[in-house]
Design a protein around this ligand. Sequence first.
Ligand SMILES: *Cc1c(COP(=O)(O)O)cnc(C)c1O
Length: 387
Amino acid sequence: MIPYGRQSISDADIEAVVNILKSDWLTQGPTVPAFEKAVAERCGAKHAVAVNSATSALEIACQALGLGPGKRLWTVPNTFVASANCGARCGATIDFVDITPDTHNLCVDSLAQKLASAQISNELPDIVVPVHFAGHSCDMEAIATLAKKYKFKVIEDAAHAIGGTHADRHVGACQWSDITVFSFHPVKIITAAEGGMALTNNPDLAYDMELRRSHGITKAPLRLHKPDAEPWHYEQHMLGANYRLTDIHAALALSQLTRIDNFLSRRREIVNAYNEAFAGMNTISTPVERPGTQSAWHLYVIEVNAETDKRRSLFDHFRSKNLGVQIHYIPVHLQPYYRELGFNEGDFPIAETYAGRAISLPIFPAMSNDDVAQVIEIVKSACDDLN
Ligand SMILES: *Cc1c(COP(=O)(O)O)cnc(C)c1O
């Protein structure tokens, strides 16, 4: 089976992990801060807070921005459930904004319309979470303009997008957002096995998130309430969790980060090969990259230009040929948990239509040229047969 995505682990990665196992600190040592610094510097953000997953990062980001019961978080249906769950776990009310058909990212026109009516009904969101689907940045300037006008905060869910750029800025620079979140799950661009990170240019948000990932506890002398504190003294200032990343995981990800440019360029090579092979086919559409944006190409999604039953037969056919194709994503609002909150079919028609047509093809840096050729051959012959 050629999976839709998988990690690339080198001898250097293994050595980096083994070195931590032989060192003094398995967790809370020097490697987590070194990893944070390296990512922040690469992306051009001032602060980075590493945690044990992007899911945890989204949650502490929401908490740091004051989300709670009685508040509202909006995101898109075309995402992994974590982009919405972070708000629900804070007790906030969740709503969605439909996507745009070209990039499958948040549709800025839909957002503007929904904001205008929410203003009238007094239901404006407190936080909007745009998702950089497949690694392609959302239209962040336009979202930031709306954020200013309607006074909401922005968390970029960039789980797919480390290494991507937009308007000459690295995704993660937080030029048009309050916080950006990365994932280091094995299918993502670089991996820590499990891990995530929240980046921000706001020192207060960074400090708040640092506390929240570790029980709400601080030992920083200048932050303590107690004057002339004893050397063993620590204080809990808020209700946090244990969302810490370990030095073992950070060492793996830090080692991976040294190869990120190779990973990105190999992904782009595969995209170019697919695009060239599928150009001019009328049965499927290939993904787009808008001018001024460089996708990190976490996913390569084709859309089947036919009824949903054809998508199903193509999917089954690809699986029978040992292609580990996937669907990204089942619209979040149609999950039983969200249906129970009142969402239904037809609420976000563009995301739903797209979800009925999408198939994610294998794309990951360790794919050989033979693998790529095999995928192309299987896809072309099956799609030509649809005619
Ligand atoms: C993978 C993913 C997450 C969650 O990442 P974890 O590190 O597995 O918690 C969140 N949002 C999106 C869009 C993702 O793809």
